[in-house]
Every structure is written in C-alpha cells, then in structure tokens.
Design a protein around this ligand. Structure first.
Ligand code: RIB
Length: 314
C-alpha cells in the first residue's frame, strides 16, 4: 500500500525580501537592508516543511522557464519533495513575491503571480486527476494564489475522493463559496477572517466569533489564526482557543505556511484536531522568531519541545 502523503497545491515563488523602516513616500525612494532571494510561495513552503518534518510530500504548481527556477527548486529537491507535478510554462516568469519586513516584524507582500496563474481552467482536470491518484489517507492543502479554477477543482476532487482537505483562503477574495464548504479545515489569518466574515480576530473571543461565523457559511471546521499567535478552532464537536507561548517575533513571513504544513503533518500522523492545532501554533510562533520563510521553519525536535508549552482553552 502506498504511504499517505501531503499534496500541497498552490503558489511557488521567488521571495525577494528586505528589511526597511517602512515603505517610502509615494513618488519617493528609500533604503532597505538584509536583501535575500529565497524559495517561497505558500504551497512550496508547505511541501518544504512537511518534508523537513519527515512525511512524504508532493508539490503541485506552476513555475516559469526562467533561470530563477533551478535555484528555487533546489531546496525542495534537497528535502526530497516530489516535484513531478511542478510544471514549467514556456515564456513565463516564475512567481515573484516582494516582501518588506518593517521593525515590528509584520511583513507586507506584493505578489506577481506570473506562472502561478498561467494555468487555465483546462488544466483543472489534470490537477484533479493527480489528487484522485493520491494514496488513501493523504491530506491535501490548497491555497488560492494560483488560477482559481484549478485550486477549486483540487478542493472538489479531494472532497469527492474522501481525502481530508485544508484550504488556506489566501487571497480571501478569490476563494469561491464551494471551496469553503467542501474543505474539512479552513485556516484564515486575522485579515482573511475579516474579509470573509467582517470580524477582526484581534483576541481569543473575536477569533472564536469569526470561526463561528465561518461555520455559519458552511465551513466544517474553521481555524482562525490570531494576529499575535494562537487560534480559534470551531468544528462539529469542538470549540476551543489555542493559546500561544509568547515569543520575540521579528518576521511573520511564512508563519501561516508553517501553520498549514504542521497542521497537515499532525493530522496525517493521526493526532486530534486540537493537538494538531497546538503543534501548528507552535510552528507558526517559532517561524516568526527568525527572518525569512523556509529558512525559519523549525525542525521536529524544536517543534515538539515548543508544542509542550502551547495550551488549549475550552
Ligand atoms: O506565506 C508566505 C508566502 O506568501 C511567501 O513565501 C510568498 O511567496 C507568498 O506567496
């Protein structure tokens, strides 16, 4: 029997990241520091961390045919992610994320999707077929920084095949209602939750209210991430807040992807949703303590150790 795996479907980007005191005035220019070029994109980040945590992971998405690609996929090859469904679109640039981290660590991203959105509705059946071929028990993680028809088809294929599917509703404005209701878990951050429900997940009570509002919109289990760490989990037979262990956050880039990957890994390993969410909160918190996305992800030992300090509040 083939081993269950994580299928990560969504964006693959080159992250161009800098630190700066803020954006320059309109029409002006400013100086930045610490410029890094790194592999990024939500789906690539999820596949990378899943592999680092030791579970089989396949990445599904589009890249360009530019010279950046080799460098971008190097790290993923290094952790032995399955890249057989990472396809290059001729004449297209790979996605590029321009990321600025201000002194408070709350990153801002300008994304040029490029090849991520070069796939068309005609590509959806191929991606759906890949999902259907996944071994029983696999978990599918989907973000919407790619062609919406393709992402929606992946969610539907997983739902119909009886595979658990996690939807990272980013960008929230692009997620169709059908994908929200077909997902087993929907994991908005505070801003995405506000866009989807009108409720800002500032604290535990607001996050719970936003999660309940998502349930009212047909979401099976809503997991709303709070801006300062922690999350609310509301599902068919669970309502709880996961409280973060305070950390010194210097860069939030990649924290949401660390959350999604760790949630998927923990569920694949048979943990309960609350235990999985505790581990996800731990991974996201640790990721904010370092600069960059993939470069900041914790290893297994660090994750398990930090997770022991994350508490659940009913
Ligand atoms: O979630 C972080 C990721 O979002 C970055 O790596 C960037 O590429 C964007 O897709």
């Amino acid at each position: 029997m083939p081993e269950p795996r994580i299928l990560s479907i969504g964006s693959i980007n080159l992250d161009v990241q800098v630190r700066a005191p803020g954006w320059p005035e309109r029409g002006g220019a400013g100086l930045a520091s610490d410029c890094r070029l790194a592999g990024g994109g939500k789906a690539a980040n999820v596949a990378y961390l899943a592999r680092r945590l030791g579970v089989p992971a396949q990445l599904i998405g589009g890249v360009g045919d530019d010279p950046m690609v080799g460098r971008l996929l190097e790290l993923l090859r290094g952790v032995d992610a399955d890249l057989s469904e990472v396809l290059a679109t001729p004449g297209c640039l790979t996605g590029v994320a321009l990321i600025m981290t201000p002194p408070d660590g709350k990153k801002l991203i300008l994304l040029a999707p490029n090849a991520n959105r070069a796939w068309e509705a005609e590509d959806a059946p191929r991606v759906a077929a890949t999902v259907r071929r996944a071994p029983a028990g696999s978990i599918v993680v989907v973000d919407f920084e790619i062609t919406v028809d393709v992402a929606a088809a992946a969610v539907e294929a997983a739902h119909v095949a009886g595979l658990r599917v996690i939807v990272d509703p980013a960008p929230a404005s692009d997620v169709p209602p059908s994908s929200l209701s077909q997902a087993d878990y929907v994991t908005p951050d505070a801003e995405e939750a506000r866009q989807l429900t009108g409720i800002t997940a500032r604290d535990a009570d607001n996050a719970l209210a936003a999660a309940r509002a998502l349930r009212d919109r047909g979401v099976r289990t809503a997991i709303v991430k709070r801006s300062g760490g922690g999350c609310a989990v509301v599902g068919p037979d669970v309502t709880a807040s996961i409280e973060p262990e305070p950390v010194k956050a210097i860069d939030t880039n990649g924290a949401g992807d660390a959350f999604a990957a760790t949630l998927a890994v923990a569920l694949l390993e048979g943990r309960s949703i609350l235990d999985a969410a505790r581990h996800a909160v731990a991974a996201a918190g640790l990721t904010t303590t370092r600069y960059g996305a993939q470069a900041s992800f914790p290893d297994r030992r660090e994750l398990e150790e930090h997770a022991t300090r994350i508490n659940t509040r009913p």
